[in-house]
Design a protein. Structure first.
Length: 129
């Protein structure tokens, strides 16, 4: 399921989940224009379902979403795709408690604070390549 870039290289797949559609869609647009193959979804549950067939190298998600949180989706995706890198986005104070719970469960995900500048996000994603 590799997507080839215009220069023939493989474009890393990034799955983006954010319940704020404009954020998810904007991040997807930025990544697709900068050498990644990005897919966007708007819930944690949809992220888990999409990851099964999209098989992302990176999962980029908002922490706090209605229903399934980005952390819970990340835990499920990490179990399904062990090599998938997780980057979480948060602009809310509740993140600290959720992250502490994830660490207790054995997961130490990277967190970027919202709003994240596109160049900062691209730099973090390229570090994984």
């Amino acid at each position: 399921m590799d997507s080839r870039s215009t220069n023939g290289g493989i474009r890393p797949r990034v799955l983006i989940a954010d319940d704020e559609r404009i954020i998810a869609d904007t991040l997807g647009l930025i990544l697709n224009q900068n050498g990644f193959e990005a897919a966007t979804v708007y819930s944690g549950q949809r992220a888990v379902e999409t990851a099964r067939h999209f098989n992302p190298e990176v999962f980029l998600a908002d922490v706090v979403m209605p229903g399934m949180s980005g952390i819970e989706a990340a835990i499920q995706i990490s179990a399904m795709i062990p090599g998938c890198r997780v980057l979480l986005l948060s602009g809310q104070a509740a993140t600290a408690d959720l992250m502490r719970d994830a660490r207790v469960r054995g997961h130490d995900f990277e967190v970027l604070l919202k709003p994240v500048h596109p160049s900062q996000l691209l730099d973090r994603l390229r570090l994984a390549q």
